[in-house]
Design a protein around this ligand. Sequence first.
Ligand code: SAH
Length: 371
Amino acid sequence: MDLSEILKKENLSREEICFILNLTEQEDIDKLQAAALQTLYNNIGNYIYIRGLIEFSNYCTCDCIYCGIRKSNQKNERFLLTKDEILSCVEWIIEKKFASVVLQSGERRDTDFVEYVVDIVKTIKKISRNDAMPDGLGITLAVGEQSFETYQKFYEAGAHRYLLRIETSNSHLYKSLHSSQQAFEDRIKCLKYLQDIGFQIGSGVMIGLPSQTIEDLANDILFFKNMDIDMLGMGPFIPHFDTPLGVISNNFDAKNQLLLGLKMIAVARLVLKDVNIASTTALETLHSDGRIMGLQFGANVVMPQATPNKYKKNYLLYNKKPVIDEQDDAVFEKMQRDFSNIGRSIAFETWGDPIHFQRKKASSPIATPFA
Ligand code: SAH
């Protein structure tokens, strides 16, 4: 196969995606990176959309064998931010002129939790409306699998984006990573519910899981395309030593894992073109410039952590997750300098909705209601 010819194509086959994911020569990686960046600029532009990430609770009813906040990890001190604590994170986000917030937590489906999330969403909407942002902050939720009715409540309260990773599109691998109560089909059903309700949907996978193949990753990319997702948040798998998968992942190779993560971002950009793609913290864990590298391979979203420092150490999904004080002005200024050094800048005071969703909406005969 000829890389330059493949990179000119409008659509890529599974075999061509595998070919790209198997590239190792620096010269080829450079060509891939340039093509992905060009696709980003042609479809979206060079702006970076920014969201303040609040990891508001690590209580979790799931027992995913890779995840540090899994139910069975008793070493993890559990927390739930109070409403005031969440709102003070939100104030920081507004002050920084980010126009979007992501609320993420472990998975709970009890009424108290659902009502708490609904109340928080409504309150954030209420306090964030001002002249510059008449619709308030854009709100993304990532609180796992819920019922159709719960998702509808979240939407009616004012959330309009939802992130739910499929983790892997290989149903056998999915089964081996989750407890018997967590069915692969349920994850897909939830993504469809969210789409039917009108949410902009984000999904993603972990890259470089033990026993995951290059074909699996190529199928993941095609899965995102078939599901017509709007946003993508993928990151390299990183072992957490207090989890069953972490203790057996002793031949972990950070350099390869980073490269595979970057190639996945690039190929996702080539195939999905106008979706939002996040440059995730997991990349930063593998390399101090990991997040910038993700942007250079075609990502266009960054989510600085707005979670209070004292809780960050308890939201360790994987080992060595950076506990950086992104609320520190000097850290924030450095991040902006890093962006400008690669010719990019933050789009402030705009929700930064995925162009993909906007195009879908424009071509759909039924207008999607906005909260
Ligand atoms: N329950 C929430 C969010 C918590 S976990 C939700 O459903 O969105 C958020 C994501 O962290 C998971 O979807 C998973 O892809 C990722 N993650 C968990 N453990 C990880 C690990 N060891 N390495 C890399 N990513 C991990």
